[in-house]
Design a protein around this ligand. Sequence first.
Ligand code: FMN
Length: 404
Amino acid sequence: MLAGKHVALYVSGGIAAYKAAYLVRDLIRQGAQVRVVETTGAQAFVTPLTFQTLSKHAVYTDRFAQLAPDEVAHIELADWTEIALVAPATADLIAKMAHGIADDFASTALLATTAVKFVAPAMNVHMWENPATQRNVTTLKGDGVHIIEPDTGFLAEGYSGKGRFPEPEQIVALLRAKLLAQDTDLLLHGQQVLVTAGGTRERLDPVRYLTNDSSGKMGYALAQAAQNLGAQVTLISAPTALPVPVGVTYVGVDSAAAMRAALLQRYATAQLVIMAAAVADFRPATVADNKIKKTTADYTLALTKNPDILAELGQQKQQQFLIGFAAETQHLLANAQQKLVTKKVDMIVANDVSQAQVGFDHDTNAVTVLQPQQAPQQLPLASKQVIAQQILQLAIKAQAARAN
Ligand SMILES: Cc1cc2nc3c(=O)[nH]c(=O)nc-3n(C[C@H](O)[C@H](O)[C@H](O)COP(=O)(O)O)c2cc1C
């Protein structure tokens, strides 16, 4: 996504300026062409030589020092730029940008560029929370500038608060996600995609729950693959140990009931809904307020049936393309075929979880895709990322056929 893109990185005078060196490296790794601007403040923290060496281009520092006699440096850079990234952005540079001040190279070139702008503020928590800074950030947002929210955590001052510079790879991932969402050529551009993932937890008492072996890997791979195709993705996930793909809207849930509520709230506006979560069929009939005590006698647990979310979504289906997953250990195709018909879904992805390297917790999967009036399609053993891409390609094809 960033390959070949012209990125102008504006580094201003904060303690996080050293992290901008890693940012240059990460951007170049993604194939971007990077040119660096440093404010006078930034040069007190990291010398231009560092950025020049990493970016293989002279660093812009002085508005009146022209690199070439036949062009005006700040205008040439402004016109060259496809993405302007201010990182770290000081309170001072944010204030200048918000007020259209152009009194050094960075602020002048930023005022002159029409490129998409990303600003990653980094500062002391009190500077960040100061109403003046917040006003300026609001102004920039209103001007269409993308603000990369600072992290909360340990600050250079020795205490915790909001204002930390996010990790460079996090910034690059965010940039990539934003660019993907804006690329109108991508096949899922403009589509709202809902993906569920993970195994639900059905509580028994304050310290115990029933769950299953689902790791969430298939759902997370689908969420990432849909984002790569330009979709606006919401991932409704039961607890997992996986990192949430940057740029994906994450909704954390625990039980089947919570997952159902989160889905129903967002279903009406979705175009593509992928139910990859392992939703519990049953939940304990009662949830004890206190930890259930050990007894000498056997304990019988009464279970109540959970609502069938997939069937419910099938009933309510309008424009949505609905994909269900069927994990079976026997009679795979017969059970999946039945699910396809009775639950009114558009596609069932069936996996035989009794096979080696397939299904729960594995990094690989092998599935059979069932669609109405079509012969079953085998997707042989591959990484879950590859299987996710193949499932989406089939869904896009089916959506296109439906539209014609
Ligand atoms: C040691 C030190 C650390 C600083 N760290 C920050 C910072 O993290 N964020 C910030 O907004 N300002 C910080 N400042 C204040 C800025 O350097 C100061 O506002 C400067 O005028 C910013 O200039 P510039 O925006 O042109 O780079 C720091 C100053 C010093 C001396």
